[in-house]
Design a protein around this ligand. Sequence first.
Ligand SMILES: [Zn+2]
Ligand SMILES: [Zn+2]
Length: 475
Amino acid sequence: MVLIEILGGEGEIGGNKILLEHKGTRIFLDFGMSFKQNGLFFSEFLNPRKCSGLGDLFEFGLLPDMEGIYREDYLAHMGRLPEERSVDAVFLSHAHADHAQYIHFLRWDIPVYCTGASKIILGCLQDTGSNTFSDLIDVCEAFRFYTNRNGGLSRVDRKKEDYIHKRDLCVMEENKKISIGSIEVEMVPVDHSLPGACGFIIYTDEGNIVYTGDIRFHGLNGHLSRRFVEKARDARPKWMLCEGTRIDSDHRDSEAEVQKKISELISRSEGMVFVEHPIRDIDRTNSILNAAKENGRHFTIPLKLAHLVESLGPHCPFCLDDVKILAPRKKWGLISKTGMAQEQVDQDYAKWERDYIYRPNSITCEDLRGSPAGYVVSMSMWEIGQLADIKPAGALWIKSSCEPFCEEMELDEARKMNWLEHFGIGHENAHASGHASGEELREMIRDIRPEILIPVHTERVDMFEDLCRHIKNAD
Ligand SMILES: [Zn+2]
Ligand SMILES: [Zn+2]
């Protein structure tokens, strides 16, 4: 018997945690954070407390209280006895937080299978993240003491290598099935708003399962999604776990159109152009870079994105030398003072940031101010404070990201508009979703023709009912 248990991602967008069980083999498809459930109880400034281990996450339904899957250090801190591992592996469709974030809480001896690009992104998230729950690549034991040089007790931190455990992150190759107990798993790359996204085909002797992950057809890699559909169809799946973020929207988006629109907006603008975009959407970053180039402008990106681009290497369609890196003023702001020793300037930055502020293509806000029409600047609410250094005149802000979908984002949006109004900056939109439209989803389901359709990652399960009926009638 094949058991499919949806422990997150049912009737909501994200938080996917899907448990598959067959003849004693148990695997998870994704282990993400539910933004919706988290938002009911927590905010940017009110988080589940680390001191309660997993307690707060169980209390508010953010994690399932299951035996044999969680980190021993957290369990011990909660007074729970060590548990036997009960899951064989986690298969990660992509590195967005709603699919990957809660890997932090998993035992470090559970192998995590993902694509090469996903592994790199997880590494960047761990290096540069501000989140306390980001032990994605390796785990630093929490709540542990060691005996220090004075014979006293000190708390373990990341400097104590003996307490760091590497996760077993296994990179999957195309056309190479992974055998885990009684099942086989094949990774098939798909198009999504993040490099390294994939779907899975899971083979068992009692029927095959297809999982779309997050999927779209209108990005730079639309052909990958079409190939996924073909492979999924050929597997003649019994079950299909299908994402349905936009099942209720029939607007066919296009990444190419976004680039065209951004290019047009830049061409009409005489001042500086700021573009707000999802930082890890490398397709979008590439579209903006192309639009900037078409207009003879430089594109500047923030440090975090610079780190991601360089880490991705061949997984990124452009290289770091193709863009400028904006080194912001931080802490004491010494980067803009003349005659400062590098040692002093460095102290303003995190270790990983220091590698990017002295590159030949690194620039500062002063450089931008001197040549406003020469640049397109990647900017978000994280960096918006720099507008006070740039003081742009006649500038334009292009919002190239999704509309706010929670109260916190709405407040941020309102605050952003105040900043733009303050500096007299115009506002335009140019965006395409990371998800397939309703029509494309229906087409995909009709092509793959599963026996049983299981919608996930959607608030509109009701809109799948007709499709389920259609599949049944076709038999
Ligand atoms: Zn998602
Ligand atoms: Zn996603």
